[in-house]
Design a protein around this ligand. Structure first.
Ligand code: Z5A
Length: 221
């Protein structure tokens, strides 16, 4: 997967959690927010897909099993539309205010699920996703690595993507780990089977040195 130089915000701090289903992304993003707020930082916790008005509609379409089959390219474009709206109206404005933005999933999810998971040209998928996000990249992406059978077992109900085969989810897992290996300065890979507190401590250690870019105070959203 090509990564290119990318664009990194020079105000605020952009942190992303990635990984398969049930890996603990929501748990860890909430814990990071609590810690950052406790230390007085202005934090915005967000997620993809669906944390804007149009994103909520897009989320319903891409995840509802009632949607049924979609063309793979349609799926890429729906996720890309969610990202464009998310970056322009939520992520970039918060970074411009100097906040710490913590997102549960971002571009790497498109590269892993639509690029590696579906039978699409990963370089083409990447061009679309980078265009949609002005190539804005997280200062650090935490990959919570977990065998798909383990993660899917943490839930009873399955959405459109969770219902895909184990082989699909295995390709997704391998893609996350490969992206991290290709750019170790901007990634932290953690074993998602570790105790919650141990993972949270490793995340704090990785994020703490980035905080000189961040503003203290209450979040504005
Ligand atoms: N998708 C895509 O295809 N392309 C894209 O560009 C984007 C997304 C952005 C979004 O689903 C779906 O969209 C996702 C990828 C696709 N699809 N799938 N499949 P979502 O937002 O509804 O869900 P998710 O992102 O997959 O997250 P999740 O399934 O809700 O799980 P999580 O946030 O990673 O885990 P959690 O909720 O924090 O924890 C799950 C359970 O495990 C819970 O009971 C916890 O208490 C427990 N847990 C958490 N950590 C631990 C540890 N360390 N040990 C033991 N148990 C734990």
């Amino acid at each position: 997967m090509s990564t290119g130089p990318g664009t990194y915000a020079d105000s605020g701090v952009f942190v992303c959690f990635e990984g398969g289903e049930g890996a603990g992304k929501s748990t860890q993003s909430r814990l990071l927010r609590e810690w950052l707020q406790g230390a007085g930082y202005s934090v915005l916790l967000t997620f993809e897909p669906g944390d804007t008005a149009v994103g909520r509609e897009l989320r319903r379409i891409v995840l509802d099993p009632a949607t049924g089959e979609l063309s793979d390219r349609t799926e890429v474009l729906l996720y890309a539309a969610d990202k464009a709206e998310h970056v322009d109206t939520v992520v970039q404005p918060a970074l411009d205010r100097g906040e710490v933005v913590v997102t549960d999933r971002y571009v790497d999810s498109t590269l892993a699920y639509q690029g590696a998971g579906r039978a699409l040209d990963v370089a083409e998928v990447e061009r679309v996703a980078r265009w949609a996000t002005h190539d804005l990249r997280p200062h650090v992406t935490v990959v919570l690595d977990l065998a798909p059978a383990h993660g899917l077992g943490r839930f009873e109900e399955r959405d459109r993507i969770e219902g895909e085969s184990l082989e699909f989810h295995q390709r997704v897992r391998e893609a996350f780990v490969a992206m991290a290996a290709a750019d170790p300065d901007h990634y932290l890979v953690l074993d998602a089977r570790l105790p919650v507190d141990e993972i949270a401590a490793a995340v704090r250690d990785r994020v703490a040195p980035l905080l000189h870019h961040a503003r203290r105070g209450s979040p504005t959203r």
